[in-house]
Design a protein around this ligand. Structure first.
Ligand code: ADP
Length: 272
């Protein structure tokens, strides 16, 4: 796998605010409180993965962080600045979002990547030579430049995801949030995705993922945070997660690890 080393070039332009502090955040829908005093810190250059049962509030936490859904309590700091003080375009320069699902926009891959430049446009909102160059570099980094004129609908799930990641790179946001990014990937694409996530974090990106695949989460994350009934009930490294028995509590499975030549491998077994 090549290096995304030249991502570092863009760092001076990148907001210095790649670290996120979610402090005592509550949120919900009407009277239904979904997040109940959630605190979580995303360290710069680290991969943090949210796990938890369906309905535990993972997507809601992402929506709140991205400014798509209001808080009812607590605060979010991005690089030490209160998120609510940031304009939407400023927030987008800091946080890029790869949504869940397989809605495929009816545009070319190149246009999709270019749309990552949207927060940087001023009136009359036309992409300029610099935007086109930044998008081209992002596609080059993801090794998808040759697909620039392909409609998104003609690309495989793995390729489409690379386009979304290139879009996030073009956005030059320090933080990248991905909601269940492996759902539509086959196992080969998943393995490549794992390497890519580590590469992005190695290049200084701060990542927040939601993953259902616990062994994958353990393999690629610096920190795993477990959400249950709207509260963070555990947060720790892969080793700490295995030791914690949190998977028993959440999913009724035992997580185990074995050392291999390719590093620690994780698997789970149903508890009898
Ligand atoms: P997860 O991502 O962990 O599956 P969600 O954040 O999607 O959890 O959902 C948490 C709770 O909030 C669930 O009870 C869900 O039904 C509820 N919920 C999610 N979205 C909405 C919405 N738009 N309106 C009302 N309730 C919602």
């Amino acid at each position: 796998m090549g290096k995304i080393g030249n991502l570092k070039e863009g760092k001076t332009q990148e907001a210095e605010s790649a670290m996120v502090e979610i402090r005592n955040v509550s949120a919900g829908y009407g009277k239904h409180r979904v997040l109940d005093g959630v605190s979580l810190t995303l360290q710069k250059g680290q991969v943090t993965t949210l796990i938890g049962e369906n309905g535990s509030g993972k997507s809601t936490l992402l929506k709140v962080l991205l400014g798509f859904h209001p808080l009812t309590g607590g605060k979010i700091l991005i690089g030490g600045v209160l998120a609510e003080k940031l304009k939407r375009s400023e927030l987008a320069k800091n946080i890029a979002y790869l949504p869940q699902g397989n809605n495929v926009p009816d545009i070319t891959a190149g246009r999709m990547v270019l749309s990552g430049r949207f927060p940087y446009l001023s009136y009359p909102r036309r992409y300029g030579a610099q935007d086109i160059e930044v998008a081209r570099r992002a596609m080059e980094q993801m090794r998808i430049l040759q697909y620039s004129d392909y409609p998104m609908s003609q690309l495989s799930g793995g390729m489409r995801q690379k386009v979304y990641i290139a879009m996030a790179l073009a956005q030059q946001a320090g933080v990248i949030v991905m909601d269940e990014p492996t759902t539509y990937l086959d196992i080969g694409q998943q393995a490549k995705f794992a390497a890519l996530v580590r590469e992005l974090s190695g290049a200084g990106k701060t990542l927040l993922l939601v993953l259902h695949d616990l062994p994958l989460a353990l393999k690629i994350s610096d920190k795993v945070a477990a959400l249950s009934a709207g509260k963070i009930i555990f947060c720790g490294s892969a080793k700490e997660t295995v030791r914690s028995k949190i998977a028993e509590e959440l999913y009724g499975v035992a997580v185990k690890s074995v050392p291999t030549e390719a590093g620690e491998q994780y698997y789970y077994e149903l508890l009898s």
